[in-house]
Design a protein around this ligand. Structure first.
Ligand code: HEM
Length: 280
């Protein structure tokens, strides 16, 4: 079957400056105009060498089936994840992952460091926001039938992302190392241990041994700030690649009941349309 190359999405009007009208004066060349000119030249210089703008335009200015805010839920989760990554880096600057120093370093961040309480609040509430958004995004894709052919793999990657998001919350909870986080984590690890076959191995892996010990905290810290965020970053890359490749699913109530064969030609998606999904 001949492959249809989808057209490049058009730039929004706001990014297409209209040409100056004949007879009007050019704007005065002030500092701001010069600054803008410098920025544009620098970006053009980089783009001429890396040729990224085509790909970025392809990824960022895609059409969605209809004006519907629920399509922004996936990007909202991504934004929450980026916010967690940025605030996490700053929290890590003062955090001490040792059993004797963890609680004190968190106390220092909260009570003494510049904007520490704000930063910690952003990270703590941000984690809740991310979990809520992941579930909302999952519900949206479920109710729109976006898990069906040909997007099953993207749903599976989504499930992995959901598990990884939960792993972030679970491993982060121990880090303040107060009474609540300590005992809650023991309960959580024990629950993991009751899982069939892999459960006991998973508990041993999380505790870094058969008992809760001095290395458990470093194990949780490494999982929380290196292993899981790295895996989430890679999975988001695969998830978005599939979204750009397959296009976005229309809501079921917006689809024609009987679509003539080949009617996808010319729409902004190269995805097969057997479930009636399309980009327009
Ligand atoms: C860290 C977590 C996640 C991030 C950052 C993320 C990000 C995104 C983004 C940006 C999109 C494209 C825009 C949209 O349709 O909203 C998308 C689409 C999609 N996501 Fe996620 N997602 C995450 C988790 C999940 C989960 C938990 C599931 C389901 C189990 C899922 C399933 C899907 C599916 C099936 C699509 C395609 C939607 C369509 O074709 O209309 N995602 N995701």
């Amino acid at each position: 079957m001949a492959k249809i190359k989808p057209p490049v999405p058009p730039l929004p009007d706001s990014l297409n400056p209209s040409p100056r009208r004949a007879g009007t004066k050019p704007p005065p060349a002030g500092v701001i105009a010069q600054g803008q000119e410098t920025g544009i030249s620098a970006v053009n210089w980089i783009d001429e060498r890396l040729q990224l703008s085509g790909g970025l335009r392809w990824a960022l200015f895609r059409k969605i089936p209809r004006h519907d805010w629920t399509y922004s839920l996936g990007s909202s989760v991504m934004f929450a994840f980026l916010s967690q990554a940025v605030t996490g880096v700053f929290l890590a600057m003062a955090y001490d992952p040792s059993t004797t120093g963890a609680y004190e370093s968190i106390r220092y961040t909260t009570n003494e460091a510049f904007l520490g309480e704000f930063l910690r609040g952003m990270h703590k509430w941000g984690s809740t926001v991310m979990v809520v958004l992941v579930f909302l995004h999952m519900a949206q894709t479920f109710f729109y039938g976006a898990y069906k052919y040909p997007r099953e793999l993207n749903w599976v990657i989504g499930v992995v992302l959901l598990i990884l998001t939960m792993a972030m919350s679970f491993t982060g909870y121990l880090l303040p190392f107060d009474q609540r986080s300590y005992w809650a984590t023991i309960v959580g690890v024990n629950i993991n241990g009751t899982g069939p076959i892999v459960g006991p191995y998973l508990s041993d892996f999380l505790r870094a041994g058969p008992e809760f010990g001095a290395t458990t905290l470093s194990r949780f810290y490494a999982i929380h700030m290196l292993l899981v965020p790295g895996a989430i970053g890679a999975m988001i890359g695969a998830h978005l690649w599939l979204v750009t490749k397959l296009g976005t699913t229309s809501p079921p109530w917006n689809r024609p009941r009987h679509r003539p064969q080949g009617s996808d030609i010319g729409v902004a998606s190269s995805a097969p349309s057997s479930n009636g999904s399309s980009d327009q």
